[in-house]
Design a protein around this ligand. Sequence first.
Ligand code: GUN
Length: 294
Amino acid sequence: MTAKIISGTEVAAEIREELKGRVKRLKEKGVTPALAVVLVGEDPASVSYVTAKAKGSEEIGMHEETIRLPADTAEEEVLKTVDKLNKDPKFHGILVQLPLPKHINTEKVINYISPEKDVDGFHPVNVGKALRGEPCPLPCTPHGVQQLLIRSGNDPSGKHVVICGRSNIVGKPLAAILMQKKKGANATITICHTGTKDIGYFARQADIVVAAMGAPKAITADMVREGAVVIDVGVNRVEDKTKEKGFRLVGDVDFDAIKEKASAITPVPGGVGPMTVTMLLLNTVEAAERKAGI
Ligand code: GUN
């Protein structure tokens, strides 16, 4: 079997077109959805993510401001910045780019963001709501994975989804989203992690495998059953002297081997990545709509 390639770029473009219409409607009511991104330091991957977020916002007609702070900014200063953004009625969404420098307590900063403006869905109030299946901003990457599955004709309902990785950003919230008794969810979930003795044993039983482990080729062809759907959340830089930047991006799965076995697979880049930014735009538009009473 040769897998169908699930294009995150195409699905993201489709959603962004829908968002353009919603932004236009908000603007007609005198509301411009606005996102504030806080970047502390100059980690190259973070800079590239933040640039994509600014560009995506602009493309759908949203307002975006990136607040760039030096890497040695004191925690108190970061909290003050968040506080100012919480109180500024112009902004509907606030995102503090992670990882933060080591001297800053990430949980403290996340907990400081007003839950209504937490377009990352990382605040404990929103994490709790997501687990309970209540309306709230959902974390962008797992929400993007769910949308990719639904819109590519691989509705997870009734399927066995094996999630490899238990991070607070991907694995845990994805399990919370896909286990809800809702349309586009209602799946049976297994989570594998570094404490799992034999990930392949579980992954081979999956209708859908989600790889979010942060290591190239962590999922190999022998770990996937014939006809499974494979979603690759990994973004790893591997050295490649033929590239101008000296590296290329690869995911967590052995793409070339698995594409001969799976029924559908996401590429890296061009799979989950474009969906993450799109879900951030969606969360910001929804926060603006809520505030405008739409
Ligand atoms: N760093 C990597 N992924 C994310 C994300 O989804 N949100 C934020 N704020 N930082 C990240």
